[in-house]
Design a protein around this ligand. Structure first.
Ligand code: ACM
Length: 676
């Protein structure tokens, strides 16, 4: 019996998720083989043999290995006769029956062979090798017997051709070196798109030679709200912009790493900085049309006037932009454009009559269609946030669905391509752990709001079930957003991006039937070693709170749970976790604890509250009641300033009830019940 148990235990170990090499995204097919390949063993470093068409990929890969081993690797072209020990081959094989970006990777004890369907595929094969090696910066290899890759056989291709991440340089300027460093991480996880949000109300960040004031004036604001008080000012001038030379440098860096940089110039709203620089772009026939560069977040009323002068300006800006960015898609924003100024403007009224436009949405549609024509003349495709649907979508537009999936679903059904960027799962400016617990650590961890733990990001499937197979073909892929209102510096961007970037990568690449959170979480432990060795300021992956109470106590409530802050967390022994009830409690709403074993007397304390907002989310008015049978109740305590205190009766208390005694508008955070 004992040996059977032991054998079972060994089998479990052998099959455990931890044995899978820490690859994220998980490849489409992966088989583990016997043995390993020495990338390094004392005095011998692997060599690279490469197809001449893969010189760029081979050289970058060599550079990355050289940085780990502090020694150059020998490199030979495919056709070279000389055989070197421990060769890593980079080959091209367009005949592979895989999609674009597909590759095979065979790690055997005597050699490693990557075959790319195309150059991107070969590149992704090298990324898989990097993930299986010790992280850059981990120097322990120098004192070990060698660095070995586990023998594996991988056949891999991406699920989606759009695997994107958005950086927001508009709200806070991101230095070039940080953008480049991020591109390396995107590549590490096999992303292929960087959406670069370059302009917003709070800053215009790209040099446009024909309009120098865009950056002279538009790149600087007077003040920024400090963390912890979004309706306040720090009074410090803030700004910065990228020269065209710097933009070219970033684009070239990304291109070498198989990442397309797609710029966004957000219009017709989110344009306060540009209108501050060139007021004639605004609705100059109404009062108060000209703003300063905005120093508060949110949606501002300033909107471009739909005049020929404005369209001329847009054409000029897009001409320079297209000269810098080879991306076939150009993002023109289109989101959150209030129509109030248009509705007041006599000039816009005249346009509406002339063009038979009924309302502001029609004007927006007219505006976007004009911009699409400008882009078409430059052989580029227009993509915009889902508000570009307002008043009717321009004929060839691609839609980035951010307000949930509805705009994406409707657009795909109409035959438009879409990218899913839904704020339900993919907004990494939302808290990765409950907001109150983040703010309790440090006010600098303030975020715009929301709750987007890594397991929830991971659960996302970019193809909504309501699409038919044919409609689903319009889903180009998926993209996560790093809006930067509350990311004042690069360390904060890292904190929000890592490790959730890994979950996005697997959503974007791995076949849906291969996804498994436990496996992902186990591989993430290995991947986070790479982040840590590089000094990335990552967050902790927030684990789903378990609904396990102390002593198997059962908890029931008439209140509605907010997010995944379960009622059980009121009695789990941890004051950091809590039951969070959604706003609006009525008189006689209750939370009832049914203990597995009755108490006989004892002091009881209930702590509520903890959020920074409203009243602090305390229970304003309530009583504690005890019962032996859950039917007859006896008051045993009251609440004062959110803290309930009392004494349990001498007889059996199998039930403790927290009863709300007056209606309350706000949320309630029930932290912990203690009895002693
Ligand atoms: C957006 O979040 N306004 C696209």
């Amino acid at each position: 019996m004992k040996s059977v148990l032991l054998a079972l235990a060994l089998a479990t170990v052998a099959l455990s998720a931890a044995d899978i090499p820490p690859l994220i995204p998980l490849p489409k097919e992966l088989q583990q083989r016997d043995g390993s390949f020495a990338v390094y063993k004392p005095e011998i470093l692997a060599a690279i043999r490469y197809d001449g068409a893969l010189e760029n990929e081979a050289k970058l890969f060599e550079g990355e290995l050289e940085a780990r081993f502090h020694s150059p690797l020998k490199m030979v072209k495919e056709e070279a006769k000389i055989r070197l020990p421990q060769e890593i081959h980079l080959d091209l094989d367009p005949s592979l029956s895989l999609g674009p970006g597909g590759y095979t990777l065979e790690v055997a004890p005597d050699k490693v062979v990557i075959k790319g369907k195309d150059a991107a595929g070969a590149w992704y094969g090298t990324r898989s090798i990097l993930q299986m090696l010790p992280p850059k910066g981990d120097e322990t290899w120098a004192t070990t017997k060698g660095i070995y890759l586990p023998a594996v056989s991988i056949t891999d291709e991406p699920r989606f051709q759009w695997r994107g991440m958005m950086l927001d340089s508009g709200r806070h300027f991101i230095p070039v070196e940080n953008v480049k460093g991020f591109i390396d991480w995107l590549a590490f996880h096999k992303f292929n798109r960087l959406h670069w949000h370059l302009t917003d109300d709070q800053g215009w960040r790209i040099e446009i030679k024909k309009y120098p004031k865009l950056t002279e004036v538009g790149a600087y604001r007077d003040s920024t709200p400090p963390y912890g008080n979004r309706n306040s000012d720090d009074g410090k001038r803030y700004g910065g912009f990228y020269t065209q030379e710097q933009i070219k440098e970033v684009v070239a860096y990304a291109t070498e790493r198989h990442i397309t940089v797609m710029p966004e110039i957000d219009m017709p709203g989110h344009m306060a900085a540009a209108i501050a620089a060139y007021p004639q772009l605004g609705n100059s026939d109404i009062p108060d049309y000209a703003p300063k560069v905005a120093n508060r977040w949110g949606v501002h009323p300033y909107i471009l006037a739909p005049t020929e002068e404005t369209f001329g300006f847009i054409d000029d800006v897009l001409t320079e932009l297209c000269g810098l960015f080879p991306s076939e898609y150009i993002h023109i924003g289109g989101d959150e454009a209030p129509k109030d100024q248009w509705e007041k403007s006599p000039r816009v009224k005249a346009l509406m009559e002339k063009e038979h436009l009924k309302n502001g949405h029609d004007v927006q549609s007219y505006f976007i269609k004009r911009v699409e024509k400008i882009l078409e003349a430059k052989n580029r495709k227009l993509i915009g946030w889902d508000e570009i649907r307002e008043g009717g979508l321009s004929p060839q537009a691609t839609v980035m669905s951010w307000r949930g999936e509805d705009g994406g679903i409707a657009s795909a059904k109409e035959g438009h391509d879409v990218v899913m960027a839904s704020n339900t799962h993919l907004y990494l400016d939302h808290y990765q752990a409950p907001g109150p617990s983040e703010l309790a650590k440090n006010v600098n961890l303030e975020e715009i709001g929301g709750f987007q733990p890594i397991y929830h990001v991971y659960e996302y499937d970019p193809v909504p079930h309501s699409l038919t197979k044919d409609e689903a073909k319009h889903v180009l892929g998926v993209q996560a957003q790093l809006w930067a209102e509350y990311m004042h510096d690069w360390k904060k961007v890292e904190y929000q991006a890592f490790p959730r970037i890994a979950a996005v990568a697997e959503v974007a690449w791995t076949p849906v039937n291969r996804k498994n959170y436990d496996s992902f979480r186990s591989r993430l432990t290995g991947i986070m070693k790479h982040y840590d060795a590089a000094g990335v300021n990552r967050g902790e992956p927030y684990e789903k709170p378990t609904k396990i109470t102390r002593d198997d106590c059962k908890v029931t409530t008439t209140l509605k749970m907010h997010q995944e802050n379960w009622p059980e967390l009121i009695y789990d022994g941890k004051v950091e976790t809590f039951f969070w009830a959604e706003k609006g409690a009525s008189k006689d709403d209750e939370v009832v604890l049914n203990f597995a074993k009755p108490f006989k007397g004892g002091k009881v304390k209930v702590v509520t509250g903890g959020a920074k907002t409203n009243n602090g989310d305390i229970l304003e008015s309530g009583v504690l009641e005890a019962s032996a049978d859950g039917k007859t109740w006896k008051e045993c305590g009251t609440f004062d300033k959110g803290i309930g205190t009392g004494a349990l009766p001498e007889g059996d208390t199998s039930f403790l009830r927290i009863r709300v005694t007056a209606p309350q508008e706000t949320w309630i955070m029930f932290r912990e019940v203690t009895i002693d």
